[in-house]
Design a protein around this ligand. Structure first.
Ligand SMILES: Nc1ncnc2c1ncn2[C@@H]1O[C@H](COP(=O)(O)OP(=O)(O)O)[C@@H](O)[C@H]1O
Ligand SMILES: [Mg+2]
Length: 357
């Protein structure tokens, strides 16, 4: 006889949205990943598509250029393509300045402030004022110029948590700036915009298992890891089991989740931590795609970007916010989702380059 699961700690807005998403969009196809036998990566996908289009590819170190009838039509340096202007690439490195430009364009962004990393006490006072006013509530603390989720703390509720989150964020900020931001609800949605078109929308959710009433979290996690091996991009990184976070949520590796109970194995949706990507290009509300396109067009020299939205409900634009723009977005996230239909982002990028300005 299996005991019913205990109530697992306080409600967590981000987790709630992820939970609803998993129950609605993934539970019926749990572990039925879209098979992907091999994957050349972002740059490999671009090279392959360029050759398919009869273009010549010249490569040196991190730079790669594409030629059509002898004329260079575009290229990429690392992950930053020639569709991204220098100013946009520089400006989007600052999440605060990016949000400022987005807000001026009338787009919804989370409220917050950034502080030099030396001004922890100022930040603590500001946070205290905001929270006693019934303002910010739970906050997110993150480096103003970070990436890949490094140094980001969510669900910060107490001064102690704020102080330690601050240290994590400052370590990952090269310009030593830290953001305190209202924690908004929603699933992590990456929309890849090329030109004035949203080419693909992909939700990212943290690694998770679904109970069957008989196997432990550890056993189910092994099965999850094994199932991911059919997808070469997802399985290139092992799943991170965050036992501390699970412990805080009242669950251990030896516990046996009830049938249909969803257990998240860690708190971040990054593929590098074992997260999964789900194509939602057809399901997402068109106004959310439009929001991503408008975010890109807020920058005069930007013709492609990965736009990060937090979306409370995929079928509605209500409450959605733009949290950042990635000018060096890895197209693999959208092109080869773990669940659902692949979208040809590489083709869209090459097409935009061939179209010219
Ligand atoms: N204001 C916020 N509210 C809720 N979650 C957030 C917020 N800001 C960031 N996050 C979470 O942290 C992740 C990383 O934050 P992001 O600003 O995209 O930084 P990075 O450049 O490291 O990707 C997001 O994908 C999201 O899950
Ligand atoms: Mg991001």
């Amino acid at each position: 006889m299996v005991e019913p699961p205990a109530r697992r700690g306080p409600a967590e807005p981000t987790t709630d949205a992820n939970l609803a998403f998993v129950q609605r969009h993934l539970a019926h196809r749990h572990l039925q990943f879209t098979p992907l036998a091999s994957w050349p990566g972002h740059r490999g996908a671009l090279t392959r598509e360029a050759k398919r289009r009869g273009l010549t590819v010249r490569e040196q170190d991190k730079s790669m250029y594409f030629f059509q009838a002898g004329r260079c039509i575009g290229g990429t340096v690392g992950l930053i393509s020639t569709l991204v202007g220098y100013s946009a690439a520089r400006t989007t490195r600052s999440k605060t300045f990016t949000k400022d430009l987005l807000a001026r364009a009338g787009l919804p962004v989370p409220r917050g402030r950034h502080f030099p990393a030396t001004r922890l006490e100022t930040a603590v006072s500001w946070w205290a004022e905001q929270t006693t006013d019934g303002g910010l509530g739970e906050v997110v603390v993150k480096p103003a110029d970070g990436n890949a989720g490094r140094g980001v703390s969510v669900e910060v509720r107490t001064e102690d948590q704020l102080r330690s989150a601050w240290q994590r964020a400052r370590r990952e900020s090269s310009r030593k700036q830290v953001i305190l931001e209202e924690q908004v609800r929603g699933v992590d949605t990456r929309v890849f915009v090329v030109g004035d078109r949203a080419v693909a929308a992909t939700v990212r959710v943290p690694a998770h298992v679904i109970g069957d009433g008989s196997r432990s979290v550890a056993k189910l996690a092994e099965e999850y890891e094994q199932a991911r091996t059919v997808h070469k991009y997802l399985s290139s990184r092992p799943t991170f089991l965050d036992v501390t976070l699970m412990g805080r949520r009242g669950i251990g590796l030896d516990d046996v989740p009830a049938t249909s109970e969803v257990v998240f194995l860690n708190g971040t949706a990054n593929v590098s931590q074992g997260g999964v990507t789900v194509d939602v290009t057809e399901e997402i509300h068109p106004e959310l795609l439009e929001l991503a396109v408008r975010a890109v067009s807020a920058f005069p020299d930007l013709r492609c970007a990965g736009v990060d939205l937090l979306v409370p409900e995929l079928g509605s634009p209500e409450g959605a916010t733009v949290i950042e723009l990635n000018t060096s977005a890895n197209l693999s996230i959208n092109q080869v989702p773990g669940y659902g239909t692949p979208r040809d982002v590489a083709a869209a990028l090459l097409e935009e380059m061939q179209r010219g300005r």
